[in-house]
Design a protein around this ligand. Structure first.
Ligand code: M6R
Length: 634
């Protein structure tokens, strides 16, 4: 989704801004722009240069190569259209009428219509359809008021104006503002949308996401909600919304830089599919005890005594993360014996179920920035606090791949899935990491509650230890198989994915993966529901991909598949190569494992098949149309 980068220092700003924006490209965008401030010789005041281009960043780069954007201070933006089409005039930065103030914004200004109408009545003309454009006009008016009072242009005056304007803005947003009259000041604001300041030597950066700072600095100051900062080449001044100074020490990021490198893979998605054995290996080494005989099965942030008293679990997530939550709920209920519900975070925040006692709330988000998930968690915290359910208000667990994200600032117990940066918009290795986190939690709870015998728990742990090498073999064996099967989908317009029990969410995930990157219409269904409607869609043009692994619903899944075959659908199976699975026209074989462990394997052929179908169609697999990697607006 939209990305912000800002710089102030003594180096040329535009190459640094472009470099930062390049590192945010993977998040998805449809136009880009930047603005810088510089001073002409013999002049006191500066001027703003603003360049914007529709489409990929390369268009902006060309524009800047042709006509330049001088200055040591600047702001940059990649825009994912919300208000107004992805056209140049809607790209950020937006400026006031004089062109002296430039603003980039991530988020949504909810009352922009009202503000716009009000400004129009005062004679302001708008050049875009965006919600953002109200901001530079409002700042301009406020600055004029302050100058009329006799104040001289300075960073503090710009800050004062922004504080006043913030009082008028409703919504969740992060903004960065520059003004031609203050060529040594950058003002940034965070309100429920991520923003992090990076501290270099005599220079400062600001970005919506950590990857944009890679290679610039490892010293960071993540901004908190309702915080603003004035950045000059001399330092950072942090303020609250009332203009009161705040102090907080920066953090130093240890570990290796998250390098965004495709290596020899054609797409990031394919690379990330291949990284899954490492994700699983890391999880096994981090969380699965070597000594399964001791009964100390699993580490993780579950040591607080309060975890003993959990009676119920609710999982809040979106998209793929919700599918991981659904597998998690199956494990938690069926393996660990604890009542668990899964919610679309976007629905939960407006229609939560009645409060249940002793409930652990889990937020699952690979990016840790998904607005709906964060808001649902915050709403639940608030709801329990106001009803004096304080202990459980704070008992929230966040499962994420980004432990420096907003989720980690909001939720005290964080489980880091450690999958490394995921660049492809379609989640693959982070899904696997999320699944494993739920296996860990289910095992931990089953051991605590003694809902499973030590032997049962030990057996599942043993299976999980074998998963990394099984995934490795699966990827090796399926690469070619999926690639050649994908050719059969050249003219396919609809696909049905079927699964049951623990593999029903994998059918949903298979359908989501396929539609996201190949734009083929796909439905995931619990196999038993087919005959209640969707079977009407089937004929020889609609392939049916059915997950069939031995277990409680194996025979049922096979007979549901037969029903599809009787309607002439091409049947593709995902399951072990055994006589029963010979009913499939094509089989994508997986090793024979227990039903419990099967989703960790059945998802792999799904990912590969979707990938090859999209790649063969020549589509932009890593940045599919209309999608963003982290969805920071509601
Ligand atoms: O960052 P999150 O895990 O919270 O993201 C949630 C969804 O936006 C995400 O899973 C989306 O569905 C992916 N594009 C799936 O591949």
């Amino acid at each position: 989704m939209c990305g912000i980068v800002a710089f102030i220092g003594s180096r040329d700003a535009s190459p640094l801004l472009l470099d930062g924006l390049r590192k945010l490209e993977y998040r998805g965008y449809d136009s880009a722009g930047l603005a810088t401030v510089t001073i002409r010789e013999n002049e006191k005041e500066g001027f703003v240069t603003c360049k914007r281009a529709k489409g990929k960043l390369v268009n902006l780069v060309e524009l800047i190569e042709q006509s330049g954007a001088p200055g040591h201070l600047g702001i940059g933006h990649t825009r994912w259209a919300t208000h107004g089409k992805p056209e140049e005039h809607n790209a950020h930065p937006h400026r006031d009428a004089s062109g002296d103030i430039a603003v980039v914004q991530n988020g949504i200004i909810e009352n922009h219509n009202y503000l716009r109408q009000d400004l129009e009545k005062q004679g302001v003309s708008f050049l875009s359809e965006t919600d953002t454009e109200v901001i530079p006009h409002l700042i301009s008016k406020e600055l004029q008021r302050l100058l009329d009072l006799g104040k001289l242009p300075s960073g503090s005056v710009l800050l004062e104006a922004v504080i006043e304007v913030m009082k008028l803005l409703e919504g969740a947003y992060a903004i960065a503002v520059i003004w031609s009259k203050t060529p040594d000041s950058l003002v940034v604001v965070k309100k429920q949308t991520p923003l992090v300041i990076g501290l270099g030597e005599g220079e400062f950066f600001c970005a919506s996401d950590m990857p944009a700072l890679t290679g610039f600095t490892r010293t960071i100051l993540p901004m908190e909600d309702d915080e603003m900062a004035l950045l000059t080449p001399l330092g950072i001044e942090l303020y609250d919304v009332n203009g009161q100074r705040k102090n907080r020490s920066p953090l130093f990021l240890s570990g290796v830089d998250q390098v965004i490198d495709k290596q020899n893979f054609r797409h990031f998605m394919l690379k990330e599919i291949h990284e899954q054995p490492d994700t699983a290996e890391l999880w096994v080494s981090r969380y699965l005890s070597n000594d399964l005989e001791t009964g100390a099965f699993l580490g993780g942030p579950y040591d607080a005594p309060i975890f003993e008293s959990i009676e119920e679990i609710q999982i809040l997530a979106c998209g793929t993360s919700r599918h991981a939550g659904m597998v998690g709920a199956y494990l938690l209920e069926q393996f660990a014996g604890i009542r668990t519900s899964v919610f679309f975070a976007s629905e939960f925040r407006y229609a939560p179920p009645p409060l249940s006692p002793n409930t652990l709330t889990i937020g699952v988000t690979q990016s840790g920035e998904t607005a709906d998930t964060l808001a649902a968690l915050a709403m639940e915290h608030q709801r329990r606090t106001s009803l004096n359910n304080i202990e459980f208000a704070s008992l929230q667990l966040g499962i994420t791949n980004c432990p420096e994200s907003s989720l980690a600032l909001q939720v005290s117990n964080i489980l880091d899935i450690g999958a490394g940066i995921e660049v492809g918009v379609a989640a693959t290795k982070t899904f696997l990491g999320q699944l494993l986190a739920f296996y860990g939690l289910a095992i931990n709870i089953a051991a605590r509650r003694k809902s499973r015998s030590r032997t049962e728990i030990r057996n599942l742990c043993r299976e999980l230890k074998a998963i990394p090498s099984q995934i490795k073999d699966l990827i090796k064996n399926h690469n070619q198989m999926a690639e050649s099967l994908a050719h059969r989908f050249a003219d396919t317009e609809d696909v049905v994915f079927l699964g049951r029990g623990i593999n029903y969410p994998i059918a949903l995930e298979g359908a989501l993966k396929l539609k996201e990157i190949s734009y083929i219409h796909a439905e995931g269904y619990p196999a038993g529901e087919m005959k209640h409607g969707p079977i009407a869609l089937l004929d020889q043009r609609v392939p049916v991909i059915s997950i069939a692994t031995p277990g409680v619903v194996f025979e049922k899944v096979l007979s549901n598949a037969q029903e599809a075959k009787a309607r002439d659908a091409t049947l593709i199976g995902i399951g072990p190569k055994i006589p029963e699975t010979e009913i499939f026209d094509f089989l994508l074989p997986i090793p024979k494992v227990s039903e419990w462990a099967s989703p960790l394997l059945t998802v792999i052929p799904m990912q590969l098949l979707s990938y090859y179908i999209a790649a063969q169609r020549g589509l932009d697999v890593d940045q599919p149309r209309n999608l963003a990697k982290s969805v920071t607006v509601e």
